[in-house]
Design a protein around this ligand. Sequence first.
Ligand SMILES: [Zn+2]
Length: 365
Amino acid sequence: MQSILVAPGRYVQGAGACAEAGEQVVLLGKKALVLGGKRGLGSVRDALKASFTKNAIQYFEEPFGGECCDKEIKRVAALAKTKGADVIIGAGGGKTLDTGKMVALELGIPIVIIPTIAATDAPCSGLSVVYTDEGIFDRYVVMKNPDMIIVDTEIIVKAPLRLFVSGMGDALATWFEAEACDKIAAPNLSGGKNTQAALALARLCYDQLIEYGIEAKAACAAQVVSPAFERIVEANTLLSGLGFESGGLAGAHAIHNGMTTIEEMHHCYHGEKVAFGTLVQLVLQDAPREIFDEVVSFCISVGLPVTLEQLGCSEFSLEKLLPAGEMACAAGETIWNMPRKVTGKDVAQAMIVADAIGKMYLSTC
Ligand SMILES: [Zn+2]
């Protein structure tokens, strides 16, 4: 198997990045259709318009319909065609960005991603999740990575703190999943073996979180961009994005998927469940004490959940957790990238152990 690394064409990050977006976007097109939700458009509009005018780029704006489904993709694509757009810009969070990617794919024109939250590592990826018109999961669409990502940290710092912390939870899993994949040369999301570069980026992602996570959270709570905040926005968005796509997923994300069967956890964010999924993966791979010390202490320090109760599930039993364990081990799940093969029961038991470990650390701090 050959090694493959995939990455976005250009990554731009900094306070006020939107005010200079024109200098970047002009490399891709002169007529931009900007798709975004109310908050997304509101936070980029003035800066983009001014910067686009300076660079002779036409600005068209379209509110996102709310669902990344075929109907919405076709609607926005038709509109972009009518306007003669030669570049699509997605401004906002998950579904808006995924729709933007799909529209650009449909029209064969470049896509610029402007995330307004740093809650997951999705912005850099060449992946869209498409739902039915009714909002039920329909399919994953794999495509080339976005042509450009513009991350304005002045905008990200104003997003809800819990979303930023959740992004750290998603990023926390990256190194452990990439390392697990690498041990058995499991294929990453681009279908190749891991490069040394992807592994190094995944490790850097983890090291940055441990070193600067708390400072970054403090800055975000105060809504002020600091050097540590910049580092963690990069870790959550770029390092975690490259790390997961080119390093591979393993236990933590499969266990997250399993946890979607637990109703009490439906209010939790992706990264919050992934953080706990990371603890469960560490139990399954029999990680040494030092790793638990570091990972659990980190989670507690930034406010990521370390017990099932913190995820909203205060009453549980092996029986209750078993469906989640089974789903985590479904055929084709990334848990099969773990060096040691596990069963649904192993996963459910490891959830109980991870919870007990979390409680133990909570009682001593
Ligand atoms: Zn994730």
